[in-house]
Write a new protein. Structure first.
Length: 457
């Protein structure tokens, strides 16, 4: 190992907090530069990145157009307190709101914050303010952030364990994970049993959720990811989300969609919920809205939830929310995607990638399931029976990919992957939306090399 890298790792051990989750690899990987679909180490070895900073860099590293906009804004007005207005913020909110109003006929407003978890916190305030209720539904396998409020609606106890009792912790409902159905059903014959079980919660007041006389539920909202991110990029069966939305509407329960990982064309549409025939009451976005160049996040909410009369000035605030650098880049992202029909190219690349994954599955016993929508794809790694989850294999593949010693022709490569899923055995793929077919082919080749190296069958 290069002495420069050894020095960095030594200083990391001495000075850096391990609490910010950057130590999944052992030792942590050090990168020196990036471009397009690649990260580069100190030796200029290219690492094809198929997770793009947890789907934050949808438009490629060092995207020239977006970088140039950011650089120009730095020289014009890089800072401004959020008590004042600047045109980029207003124009950005107009694009988002008009898109939804013109396409779906629903009026709303946009509210900004900094990180995704902070925007989730703001959405909780909007929900509580409107309903007067503190309880929420959420899905098992759902991930909404690690602030205290967001942790309360994130299913993993690991994120709450250190911080005591959470009195307003969500009631977690099984997600329709058809490959590993929580009810042991088969999708072909289950009749959407998972949704039927959710509806049963409201059959009688003695199930503790519903007062049939008052026609009122104790729960304010259901927080969902239409496609689970950290949970393993699970795609629900056709019709499930619509049925869920109808059940919630009938009981005056708000539907809040977390778009932080799946928004901004990851699934082939601007917002992932557009794939499922619904319009939520609130949705939360972040990450790729600025291509990872500046941390801003936000909420769109229906007018009746967020009007100035309902949610007045000072209801919530963050110093860096709607900062000029972030809103300027986000505005350029949306302009860039609206200049031509952005969706068909993503659909085509996603279909090409999924076809390659299906062929890969046919060759390897350890690949139990593959699926995808747009360029959100998944590979479920298993033992040789093709079903029992293999976290060990996923961890080995992940770490071997970061060694940067995969020989293709006369060149060495690395492969950057991410692991998710309930059993930490799913390779979640979120490549650049601009990835080429040649890069997809390379990714498949490198992944297959890793399987061979790890002794998979």
């Amino acid at each position: 190992m290069d002495q420069k890298i050894i020095d960095i790792l030594d200083k990391d051990k001495k000075y850096c907090s391990y609490g910010d989750t950057v130590h999944y690899a052992d030792p942590p990987k050090v990168f020196a530069s990036c471009d397009g679909s690649y990260l580069y180490d100190e030796n200029r070895t290219p690492y094809l990145d198929l997770q793009m900073w947890y789907s934050a860099v949808n438009f490629g590293y060092r995207n020239r157009r977006l970088n140039d906009v950011l650089k120009a804004q730095i020289d014009v007005m890089p800072q401004l307190a959020c008590q004042y207005l600047h045109k980029e913020k207003v124009e950005l909110t107009e694009i988002i709101c008009r898109y939804i109003e013109e396409k779906y006929g629903v009026k709303g407003r946009v509210h900004f914050n900094v990180g995704g978890a902070q925007a989730v916190e703001d959405s909780l305030k909007i929900v509580r303010n409107h309903t007067g209720k503190t309880h929420q539904f959420a899905f098992m396998g759902g991930y909404h952030g690690r602030t205290l409020g967001a942790s309360a609606i994130t299913s993993s106890y690991r994120y709450r364990r250190r911080y005591g009792h959470f009195s307003d912790r969500a009631h977690f409902v099984p997600y329709p994970y058809c490959f590993r159905c929580p009810y042991g059903m088969k999708q072909e014959t289950c009749g959407m049993y998972c949704h039927h079980e959710f509806e049963r919660l409201f059959e009688t007041e003695y199930n503790s959720f519903w007062d049939d006389k008052a026609k009122e539920c104790e729960f304010a909202a259901f927080y969902i990811e239409t496609i689970q991110g950290t949970g393993g990029y699970i795609i629900p069966p056709a019709g499930y989300i619509q049925k869920l939305a109808q059940t919630l509407k009938e009981r005056n329960i708000l539907l809040v969609v977390d778009e932080i990982q799946m928004g901004v064309y990851r699934t082939g549409k601007l917002w992932s919920w557009e794939n499922f025939g619904i319009v939520p009451d609130v949705f939360v976005f972040g990450k790729a809205i600025t291509n990872g160049l500046n941390p801003i996040s936000g909420i769109w909410a229906r007018e009746e939830l967020i009007s100035p009369e309902k949610f007045p000035p000072g209801s919530t605030h963050s110093t860096f929310a709607s900062n000029p650098l972030g809103t300027t880049v986000a505005l350029e992202v949306l302009r860039m995607t609206q200049e031509h029909d952005f969706e068909p190219a993503i659909r085509a690349r996603g279909a090409y990638f999924l076809k390659k994954l299906e062929a890969l599955k046919s060759r390897w016993k350890v690949i139990g399931d593959v699926s995808g929508i747009g360029l959100a794809l998944r590979i479920e790694l298993c033992t040789n029976d093709g079903y029992a989850p293999s976290r060990e294999l996923a961890d080995r593949v992940f770490n071997e990919g970061l060694k940067g010693d995969l020989q293709v022709g006369d060149k060495k490569y690395g492969l950057v992957l991410d692991i998710g899923g309930y059993y930490k055995n799913v390779i979640t793929l979120a490549p650049s939306l601009l990835i080429t077919e040649e890069e997809i082919d390379l990714g498949i080749q490198l992944f297959e090399m890793l399987l061979k190296r790890c002794g998979a069958e």
